[in-house]
Design a protein around this ligand. Structure first.
Ligand SMILES: [Zn+2]
Length: 199
């Protein structure tokens, strides 16, 4: 038998599904929500609903957006001929904080991992190939993570893209191997972008 009332147990169970939230944290969050005002609780619930109802993927770059094309793809001041390929939408913020990249993005939504059953078909690679095939793109910067999966993804993409005659570069590994570019400080990220090499 559960030690909490049913609605509380249900909230704790839902919170536990979030990444990095264990049983203890879920209980703490649930009690925080219980003690908060009805307005705050409503705001949280509606923010969760809106994120699912109003956000979708950009039809060009697969970034998460409320307008299509996204702010980067539709920007007249950004260089639409340089595409930076990242694994996740959150990685865009890591590149943006260098303030030295003025191109656009392509989000793969993952990395190749044969062991976990993630092949090229599971990633958003096809519309990158089509995009580059249009002939307008001059450089593709591969900014996948410096992990085994990220490297495998970069190598695969380099092979596919070079066939199309586009310049393909890989960010330099100022970023520690095995880490995630999301947690990289702006100086390291900037060095990594500056030191990119052709693949
Ligand atoms: Zn876009």
């Amino acid at each position: 038998m559960s030690k909490f009332a049913e609605p509380m147990t249900r909230l704790i169970d839902e919170l536990k599904k979030l990444p990095g939230i264990g049983n203890k944290s879920a209980q703490r969050l649930a009690f925080h929500i219980l003690r908060s005002s009805a307005d705050d609780a409503d705001a949280l619930a509606s923010a969760v609903r809106d994120v699912k109802a109003n956000l979708h993927l950009c039809s060009i770059c697969n970034n998460i957006t409320d307008v299509d094309p996204c702010v980067y793809c539709s920007s007249p001041t950004r260089n639409q001929k340089i595409v930076c390929v990242v694994e996740e939408p959150t990685n865009i913020a890591a590149v943006e904080k260098t303030r030295h990249f003025n191109g656009v993005y392509h989000v793969l939504h993952g990395s190749l991992s044969p062991l976990h059953g993630v092949g090229p078909e599971q990633l958003r690679i096809e519309n990158l190939i089509t995009r580059v095939g249009g002939g307008e793109i001059e450089e593709v910067i591969l900014a996948t993570n410096p992990t085994v999966e990220g490297e495998a993804t970069a190598t695969y993409l380099a092979q596919q893209l070079k066939r199309q005659g586009v310049m393909v570069t890989r960010i330099a590994m100022g970023i520690p191997v095995g880490s995630d570019i999301e947690y990289t400080d702006e100086v390291t990220m900037l060095k990594a972008m500056e030191g990119r090499r052709e693949m």
